[in-house]
Design a protein around this ligand. Structure first.
Ligand code: UDP
Length: 236
């Protein structure tokens, strides 16, 4: 295996399935199966999940909500995704722990990085919820921060139906070109939006490689972890 400990960022949108909202159990079950195959290969897996299938603070605030409160709703939404992934991953026979940045003792442990590392060493999948616990951040940025704090080798940015980073939106521009590799500085200079600039600059400053790839293709997480060149790698 190319990587020993990975951080996997899953977008909330994916959890919503074809409707893009709520939780589609079939999608979560297939993600759990992919994660299991990676754990079985001896890789330690941590996960950060977004919440776009429930609420995005920025969108709610555009429609009149207070941004801070809307962002807290967004963070709470991510926890539902965490519990769904926990359920299907455990049903697949893999032990998990959910840790949240906003304390909610009945459903999850609080975020304790050293404990998270201990879980990983024991082969448990650690799922981080509630973002950073702070408004004005994205779960992409949280994934980079958590990856650094727990010492992950790589940040895998799993996307639904998009196989990497393009020079323009491939859904709008049929001539969009995909990058195989990109430096952090190039990414930022081109003002690309696949992950937010805060996440990219945090990764750049700490030399954390990021790989953007299509999660919709069964087996892709394992392919990336085995070092197969798929998607787009963003590095120094
Ligand atoms: N959020 C936040 N602070 C964080 C992480 C997330 O306020 O540290 C809120 C924010 O409103 C965001 C929402 O949670 O829009 C859902 O996260 P995100 O948009 O990153 O999810 P994704 O697009 O990956 O599904």
């Amino acid at each position: 295996m190319t990587y020993h400990r990975i951080m996997l960022k899953l977008s909330g949108e994916m959890f919503g399935g074809s409707r893009g909202i709520g939780v589609d159990p079939d999608v979560v079950a297939s993600l759990a199966a992919q994660i299991k195959s990676v754990v079985n290969a001896g890789v330690q897996v941590a996960v950060v999940i977004g919440g776009g299938n429930f609420f995005r603070g920025a969108e709610l605030s555009e429609r009149g909500m207070d941004r801070d409160r809307a962002d807290y709703m967004g963070m709470l939404g991510t926890v539902m995704n965490c519990l769904a992934l926990q359920d299907f991953t455990e049903k697949a026979g893999v032990q998990t722990r959910v840790q949240t940045a906003i304390e909610m003792g009945q459903v999850a442990e609080p975020y304790i990085p050293r404990r998270a590392e201990r879980h990983l060493e024991k082969g448990r999948v650690v799922i981080f919820g509630a973002g950073s616990g702070m408004p004005y951040f994205s779960t992409d940025t949280v994934a980079a921060q958590r990856a650094l704090e727990i010492g992950a080798d790589v940040l895998l940015m799993g996307k639904q139906g998009t196989d990497g980073v393009y020079d323009s939106d491939p859904k709008k521009n049929p001539n969009a070109q995909r990058f195989d590799e990109l430096t952090y500085d190039d990414y930022l200079a081109r003002d690309l939006k696949v992950a937010d600039a805060t996440a990219i600059s945090l990764a750049r400053d700490n030399k954390l490689p990021m790989i953007f790839f299509d999660l919709g293709v069964e087996g892709n997480i394992l392919r990336v972890v085995q070092g197969e060149k798929i998607g787009t790698t963003v590095h120094a």
